[in-house]
Design a protein around this ligand. Structure first.
Ligand SMILES: [Zn+2]
Ligand SMILES: [Zn+2]
Length: 460
């Protein structure tokens, strides 16, 4: 079938498709950055939209990172400037400055610079995550804050603990799965499969020098071991959610990974989130999910793919049993025409897009439409993920309207278990990366709209 997308091709760069939101929720690394797309709400698709919630916040963040402009910050993420440019002298200073980016009154949104001399911002004692300019604001905020306070307590621990992943003190368990891969269908079975190895890993991290340094640097008491273990496990699910979700797609679509020459997955709309500081071995777990596979090629495509990630693999030969990770910086349509149609890069067996967000605004939809139509008309097996049930319903509706053939959707058994705070709007319900998935293949939807609504309303 002739792809309709060819006529409707938009040149508009889908910058908002992979919004670059500075989120100090994950900024507690030597490299302050956004490793997640943490504020997926419609009002926060971009760094400067933080201002909508807390005026002055974007400037405060840059100031704490010792940066003059957003462009300077983005240059680091793009790989065009050294990460040492942040220039923190010691962990204490880094953690302090990171914490400072959270200092605004959760109720009236006042920043420290906007307070009278007698006032200081004080933390909520329960979650140690949000701040108030005084008891009145705290009291008025409680009805809203109490719904999220407990979850935000986890977020506050996780964002500190993430430092251990970046410094290399916390290395994810690795090696072939010691059981039948088919039996691992969710985190529960994954954790019991890895449990011996994992116990040893967690014990080592808990006793590590890095862990001691961390809690000596952050200006708050070290939590109990079970709290720290819980956090490490959440971080682990967050790191492995993406590779295992690719595996979920391959499984659900019954894609033959025993194909001679290997199988190929394109991750479309990839950004820094997927590529900055991502190491090839981070996707090993995907390979272990398919013992006996003849090679898996994962290609990240997007205009915000980090520079260090852009070189195409020098060898097109894919060794059986290996996972090859590479990136391509650009729009998917150009990539398709220039690389896939010309045969330079392998045709995808599966396309995955993490949190495309096309439900969020007409602009985003316009940016995504040509890609969605291309995937539909070329009948490429496609999996997308979303942050919440509400987004699931909205995204399904759009895909139904586009006459895609939705073959499956539901709660992702490999969703991240790490809550993501809406940074500039902390009382908003936290969400989880890859919480739900949708799979479509080609056109002509089998479910009519009413059936779909019933299914979604009934919970999935
Ligand atoms: Zn206030
Ligand atoms: Zn609280």
């Amino acid at each position: 079938m002739a792809p309709r997308s060819r006529q409707r091709r938009h040149k508009k760069p889908p910058s908002s498709v992979a919004p670059m939101v500075v989120t100090p929720s994950t900024v507690v690394t030597p490299v302050p950055l956004t490793l997640s797309k943490p504020d997926p709400s419609i009002d926060a698709l971009g760094f400067f939209s933080l201002e909508n919630n807390v005026p002055g916040l974007s400037q405060l963040i840059l100031q704490k990172l010792s940066m003059k402009s957003y462009e300077e910050y983005k240059l680091v993420l793009d790989g065009g400037a050294s990460v040492s440019g942040f220039g923190f002298r010691c962990p204490q200073e880094m953690f302090q400055k990171m914490e400072d980016t959270f200092r605004f009154c959760a109720h009236c949104r006042a920043l420290p610079s906007g307070l009278s001399d007698s006032k200081v911002l004080r933390q909520c004692k329960r979650c140690r995550n949000v701040y108030y300019c005084g008891p009145e604001c705290q009291r008025s905020d409680w009805p809203a804050h109490r719904k999220v306070c407990q979850e935000l307590r986890l977020v506050a621990v996780d964002r500190l603990m993430e430092w251990l992943l970046v410094t290399g003190a916390f290395v994810l368990p690795s090696g072939p799965w010691p059981c039948l891969a088919e039996t691992v269908q969710s985190w529960d079975t994954w954790f019991s499969m890895r449990h011996l190895q994992l116990d040893a890993t967690l014990d080592a991290v808990l006793g590590s020098h890095a862990m001691t340094t961390l809690w000596a640097s952050v200006g708050r008491p070290r939590p109990d071991p079970d709290v720290l273990q819980g956090s490490l496990k959440r971080l682990l699910t967050d790191a492995l959610s993406r590779p295992l979700t690719l595996g979920l797609g391959l499984r659900a679509l019954g894609i033959n990974v025993g194909k001679i020459g290997g199988s190929t997955v394109h991750v479309v709309g990839a950004s820094h989130v997927e590529t900055f500081l991502t190491r090839p071995e981070d996707y090993d777990e995907l390979g272990y999910m398919f013992p006996g596979h003849l090679g898996l090629r994962v290609i990240m495509v997007g205009i915000d793919v980090s520079a260090g990630f852009t070189q195409n693999p020098s060898t097109p030969i894919l060794e059986p049993g290996t996972v090859q990770l590479s990136g391509h910086r650009g729009l998917y349509h150009d990539f398709w025409e220039e690389e896939v149609e010309t045969g330079r890069i392998a045709h995808p067996d599966l396309v995955v897009t993490f949190h495309p967000g096309f439900h969020a605004s007409p602009d985003l939809m316009e940016a995504w439409l040509p890609t969605l139509l291309l995937l539909r008309d070329y009948e490429i097996p496609t999996l997308i993920t979303v942050y919440s049930h509400q987004e699931l319903a909205a995204s399904l509706q759009i895909l139904v309207d586009l006459d895609t053939n939705i073959t499956a959707y539901g709660a992702n058994p490999f969703a991240s278990l790490k809550p993501e705070q809406a940074y500039s709007n902390p009382n908003k319900q936290p969400v989880y990366c890859n919480a739900y998935y949708i799979i479509f293949l080609g056109s002509s939807c089998q479910l009519d709209r009413r059936q779909l609504e019933e299914k979604v309303d009934g919970g999935v």
